[in-house]
Design a protein around this ligand. Structure first.
Ligand code: DX5
Ligand code: ZN
Length: 217
């Protein structure tokens, strides 16, 4: 089976008292990462979950955790999340000291990633590319699952792909928000290497097959 795209399912829209069987199903399906959306009600107008929930998930799965911090000034909390993260994403817009924070994430043993909101130009993170292993392009306004994909993310992926090659880097390019088979194909063509998928997987009749189909894009 040809598999090139990586998939990082988001559990944001899951039934939180029924997480374990869902995560086990994702793991059995061969998903690449597990995407965990942390929201503080400040940086985004929603509150999700934090360290205690992530600690429990970490203790019950072997999946590498792809933690997406949608919190204001994440530098205050990275030590806590780094204990459980494989990839630790911070928002460019949320952190005044983004360079030092990304460096510190690497020192803490995680893969640093920088995330940009729909209104942030990709050029803003060009000076940061050598510090990160991944850039996460938001294709919806962060805060909620189930929103429609914003096509402006495609140009950003193309630009980031080109710039990362120009700098001689091989970065992962992740896209998050409104991913389904159609938008995933567009993102793959634009240079994405990791797809976050939330409501699309939870609404699909056969989640394991949907994960595998996304991986084959
Ligand atoms: C939104 C989150 C996403 C969300 C994606 O702020 O960052 O990870 O779960 O959900 P869907 O796939 O439904 O757009
Ligand atoms: Zn996310």
């Amino acid at each position: 089976m040809y598999k090139s795209m990586k998939v990082s399912p988001s559990i944001l829209t899951a039934d939180y008292l029924n997480l374990l069987p869902v995560i086990q199903k994702m793991e059995a399906a061969g998903t690449d990462f597990l995407h965990l959306d942390v929201m503080d009600g400040q940086f985004v107008p929603n509150i999700s979950f934090g360290v205690p929930v992530i600690k429990s998930i970490y203790e019950h799965t072997n999946l590498p955790l792809d933690i997406h911090l949608m919190i204001d000034r994440p530098s205050r909390y990275i030590e806590q999340f780094a204990k459980y993260a494989h990839i630790l994403n911070i928002h460019y817009e949320a952190e005044p000291n983004v360079v030092d924070t990304l460096k510190k994430i690497r020192v803490l043993g995680c893969r640093p990633a920088v995330t940009i909101k729909p209104n942030t130009k990709p050029e803003a993170v060009y000076p940061l590319l050598k510090l990160v292993d991944m850039v996460l392009v938001m294709s919806v306004e962060p805060g909620f699952g189930g929103q429609a994909f914003m096509p402006s993310a495609l140009t950003k992926l193309q630009k980031l792909h080109k710039e990362s090659e120009r700098q001689g880097l091989s970065l992962e390019l992740e896209v998050d928000g409104g991913i389904n088979f159609e938008t995933a194909k567009l993102c793959a063509d634009a240079g994405a290497t990791v797809l976050v998928a939330g409501s699309f997987l939870f609404n699909s009749h056969d989640m394991p097959s949907a994960i595998k189909e996304l991986q084959q894009l």
